[in-house]
Design a protein around this ligand. Structure first.
Ligand code: ADP
Length: 319
C-alpha cells in the first residue's frame, strides 16, 4: 500500500509508521529523518535545511521534493511505502501527485491522525529518541524502568536517549502553527480526492495501531477490484477490526472549548464510556469505512490564548 500519514507534530506518525513497517514490510519515508540525516552529515543540503528546522519552519520545497524524488526511485518502495511528514503543504501535495502519476503508483490512503493541542504539547516535550536506533520514547508517559530495560537493537545496550533540538516549547508552538497554516489544508485536499481517513490518535499506542489498520482496510476496500488485486497481502489479518474503542469519540465530542480542569473531568467520564458511546464510536467508524468524506471532525487544535486570535483570523480568511 502507498500511504500518507498526516498529522501535527507529535501526533504519532513516526511511532505508528514504525509499527506499519513491521506489520506490512513496506518502508517508512520520513522527510524529517532524511533531513536530520543530511544535517548530521553536514551535507550542503543539510546546512541549508538546519536553520529552518531549528526554528520550526518548513524546509524549502525544492530541497524536500528533491529528496523525495530520489527516495521514491529506490527499489524498496516497489510494494508500497508510508510517507511520514510529507507532504506538508499544498505545493508538495501537488508535486507528489504528479510524481506518483508519472510512476503510475497513486496513493491508496491518507490517514489523518487526530490529536488535541494539549496532548501534542505533552507528547513532544516528553519525547526522546535513541541516537543509535532511532526508537522514540516518552519520558512523561512511559515508566523510566521500562525505558531503561528496553535494549537498543543496534548496540545491545540501553538506549542512548536525546531530545531533538526542535522539541523545545517555543519551537514546538511554532511548528504547531506552521501545521495549522500550511499542512491542515491538506485534509480537505485529500478528502476531496476521496482517499482521506481520519482516526482518533489519542490513547493507547496499540489501540491507535488497530484504528490505523482499520482505516487502511477501509481504504483498501474502497478501491476498484483491479487495484485491490494488486495490493500487497497483509501479513496478519483480522486483528485490525477486532476492537472498536469508544472512549475518545465520547471524550472529544464533549471536549469543546473546556478549561483544562473540565477537560480532565470529561476525559475521566469518557473513560467510563457506556455501551451507547461504544455504539456511537462504532457508527462513526463504519461511516468512515464507507466513505472517507464522512470523517469530518471538529478542528483538533485548542490554540493557546495568545495564538487564538491569529487562528480565528486565519479561519475567517479561509471562509
Ligand atoms: P514533526 O512532524 O514532529 O515536526 P519531523 O521529524 O517530521 O517532525 O520534521 C522535523 C522538521 O523537518 C520540520 O519541523 C521541518 O522543519 C522539516 N521538515 C520535515 N518534513 C518536511 C517537509 N515535508 N517540508 C518541509 N520541511 C519539512
Amino acid at each position: 500500500m502507498r500511504i500518507v500519514l498526516l498529522g501535527a507534530p507529535g501526533s504519532g506518525k513516526g511511532t505508528q509508521s514504525q509499527r506499519l513497517v513491521k506489520e506490512h514490510g513496506i518502508p517508512q519515508i520520513s522527510t524529517g529523518d532524511l533531513l536530520r540525516a543530511a544535517v548530521a552529515k553536514g551535507t550542503p543540503l543539510g546546512v541549508r535545511a538546519k536553520e529552518a528546522m531549528d526554528s520550526g519552519k518548513l524546509v524549502e520545497d525544492e530541497i524536500v521534493l528533491g529528496m523525495i524524488r530520489e527516495r521514491l526511485a529506490e527499489p524498496d518502495v516497489a510494494n508500497g511505502f508510508i510517507l511520514d511528514g510529507f507532504p506538508r503543504n499544498l505545493l508538495q501535495a501537488d508535486a507528489l501527485d504528479a510524481l506518483l502519476a508519472e510512476l503510475d503508483q497513486p496513493l491508496d490512503a491518507v490517514v489523518q491522525m487526530d490529536v488535541e493541542y494539549d496532548e501534542l504539547m505533552r507528547r513532544i516535550s516528553g519525547r526522546r529518541s535513541c541516537a543509535d536506533c532511532g526508537a522514540v520514547f516518552n519520558v512523561l508517559t512511559s515508566p523510566a524502568e521500562q525505558i531503561a530495560n528496553d535494549k537498543c537493537p543496534k548496540t545491545g545496550e540501553p538506549h542512548k536517549l536525546f531530545q531533538r533540538p526542535d522539541d523545545t516549547e517555543e519551537t514546538v508552538a511554532k511548528r504547531l502553527q506552521v501545521y495549522e497554516d500550511k499542512t491542515r489544508p491538506l485534509i480537505d485536499f485529500y478528502r476531496q480526492k476521496g482517499i482521506l481517513q481520519t482516526i482518533d490518535a489519542e490513547g493507547d499506542v496499540e489501540e491507535i495501531t488497530e484504528r490505523l489498520e482499520e482505516a487502511l482496510q477501509a481504504a483498501a476496500g474502497r478501491k476498484p477490484a483491479a487495484k485491490r488485486k494488486a495490493a500487497p497481502a497483509k501479513k496478519s489479518g483480522g486483528k485490525a477490526s477486532a476492537k472498536v474503542p469508544a472512549k475518545k469519540t465520547a471524550a472529544k465530542s464533549a471536549a469543546g472549548k473546556k478549561t483544562a480542569a473540565k477537560k480532565a473531568a470529561g476525559k475521566a467520564a469518557a473513560k467510563k464510556a457506556t455501551g451507547k458511546a461504544a455504539a456511537k464510536g462504532a457508527r462513526r467508524r463504519t461511516a468512515v469505512a464507507k466513505s472517507g468524506r464522512k470523517a469530518k471532525k471538529a478542528p483538533v487544535r485548542r490554540a493557546p490564548a495568545k495564538k487564538k486570535s491569529a487562528a480565528k483570523k486565519a479561519r475567517k480568511r479561509a471562509r
